[in-house]
Design a protein around this ligand. Structure first.
Ligand code: GLN
Length: 485
């Protein structure tokens, strides 16, 4: 079946003309339609998709060698797209259509990919369970009573349920890694600045990064090579480093690889089932020739208050553009301009987004700026310094992605702080701007997937993908799929 093929296999099948781009697109569209109760997709437009697929087939017939020609992909609804509506999971943008494509979307289209539609996510990417979407939650394909993780929950669920061979996600504080972990798939967040943020609806600009999510590290490497690259005219924080072939080192031997194991990632809060899977994965790495090095990231716990000051601060500024004037929702009844702003924002934003705007405005306000925002910035720098120190002793860092497997829908919905605390292991790399990934490494309570987090040094993506790929050559966790899929 077409949906059993991964990206690498699909590329081959398309080139050999065993399957056409049109057939692949039709096959996945039918699956998406049949499984709409998962809640993974917010928008499809078969006509637009099939037109893209026909164009890909024409390119294939003409001998075009674009690396991902004809392979279907779906995008997190935080990337703006011309052919599909864009909502960022918010009522504020219901019905919005962008006049242009995000750079990431554009780059993947240039590489030949065919867009299947847009994926559900937490509103403006704020959340860890996808329950903050204004358009309903996403169910975890491994257990529909559980969350898929967030904020890229629709993305992860779509890959796990084989509704798309690959998807995009964004990661501000863990939103690629944590849902990948909860849904048993592979995802990578590159070094901050590798991927253009142009057309990615901004949450916290100094942290936001795009990345691919797929079944294997090999697929992620292929996708990442097309997705990254400088975009100097449109994103001033995109790095002037040339496009790389991230697949080049996939098969390198791991003998002598020094894996740093931060002791703070194995503290009290880590569930025993997750810990057991991580320990087994580390033992597997030793078998592959790597050595484990005990390291310390002493400010791991502080990453939670630091992140939940800085991210809301940036969000409060970024989200000021949603005022009912230029785009999106506008209140129907109002008395004057100020009243229009107030009612528009009161109606358009969900509870969590409002909470963050209020927190962010508070920590930036005169009198509190020094005590909160400035202090958080200082500690952010120290967290980056801790990593710098750690990387003098090791080549990559490994630990859990999250303290537990996916929790039940509704479990943390009324307790934002409980959900913030569960971000502890993904926030440090985000604050430091380091690349990080999640690799399926076992199963825990309820048969739910567990992800191993690998954190690399700046620009260390090829190394990370190599470590992940060798692990996946030796294990089959990434090949397992939920029952009935
Ligand atoms: N869970 C974190 C938050 O709510 C991270 C989200 C993300 O990476 N977009 O902010």
């Amino acid at each position: 079946m077409i949906h059993d093929l991964d990206v690498t296999q699909l590329v081959g099948a398309l080139r050999r003309r065993e399957v056409s781009a049109l057939e692949a697109a039709q096959h996945f569209l039918a699956r998406i339609e049949a499984q709409s109760d998962l809640g993974a997709f917010l928008a499809t437009d078969p006509e637009a998709t099939l037109a893209q697929a026909r164009a890909a087939d024409a390119r294939l017939a003409a001998g075009d060698t674009a690396p991902l020609l004809g392979v279907p992909i779906a995008h997190k609804d935080i990337f703006v797209t011309r052919d599909f509506p864009t909502t960022a999971g918010s009522r504020m943008l219901a019905g919005y259509r962008s006049p242009f494509d995000a750079t990431v979307v554009d780059r993947l289209a240039q590489a030949g990919m065919v867009t299947l539609g847009k994926l559900n996510c937490d509103e403006f990417a704020m959340g860890s369970s996808n329950e903050n979407s204004a358009f309903g939650p996403v169910k975890n394909p491994w257990d529909r009573a559980r969350v898929p993780g967030g904020s890229s929950g629709g993305s992860a669920a779509a890959v796990a349920a084989r509704l798309a061979p690959a998807v995009t996600g964004t990661d501000t504080g863990g939103s690629i890694r944590q849902p990948a972990s909860f849904c048993g798939i592979t995802g990578i967040k590159p070094t901050y600045g590798r991927a253009s943020r142009y057309g990615m609806i901004a949450y916290a600009s100094s942290l936001d990064q795009a990345g691919p999510m797929a079944r294997s590290a090999q697929d992620c490497a292929l996708l990442l090579s097309s997705l990254c690259g400088p975009d100097p005219d449109r994103d001033s924080t995109s790095l002037e480093v040339p496009t790389e072939d991230f697949s080049r080192a996939l098969n390198d031997d791991l003998t002598g690889l020094r894996i740093g194991v931060p002791r703070e990632f194995f503290g009290e809060g880590l569930a025993a089932d997750v810990r057991a899977a991580i320990d087994a994965a580390l033992a597997q790495y030793q078998k592959l020739g790597a050595t484990l090095v005990d390291i310390t990231l002493p400010r791991t716990e502080l990453s939670i208050p630091v992140y939940y000051v800085i991210a809301p601060a940036e969000a409060s500024s970024n989200l000021s553009r949603f005022d009912g004037v230029k785009f999106g929702h506008r209140a129907k009844h109002y008395t004057d301009l100020l009243d229009m702003y107030k009612k528009t924002r009161a109606e358009g934003f969900g509870e969590e987004v409002k909470r963050r705007i209020m927190t962010g405005t508070y920590v930036l306000s005169h009198g509190y700026y020094d005590a909160y925002y400035l202090q958080a910035q200082k500690i952010r720098r120290m967290i980056a310094d801790d990593f710098r120190q750690a990387f003098t002793q090791c080549d990559v860092i490994a630990g859990p992605v999250a303290p537990s497997v996916a929790w039940a829908l509704g479990d943390k919905a009324d307790d934002p702080v409980a959900s913030y605390l569960a971000d502890i292991y993904t926030l440090p790399a985000s604050l430091a701007g380091l690349p990080g990934m999640s690799v399926p490494c076992g199963f825990g309570a309820g048969g739910m997937p567990v992800g191993l987090q690998l954190i690399g040094n700046y620009f260390g993506e090829a190394r990370l993908l190599n470590a992940a790929h060798r692990f996946q050559q030796a294990t089959d966790f990434h090949l397992r799929k939920p029952e009935g899929v």
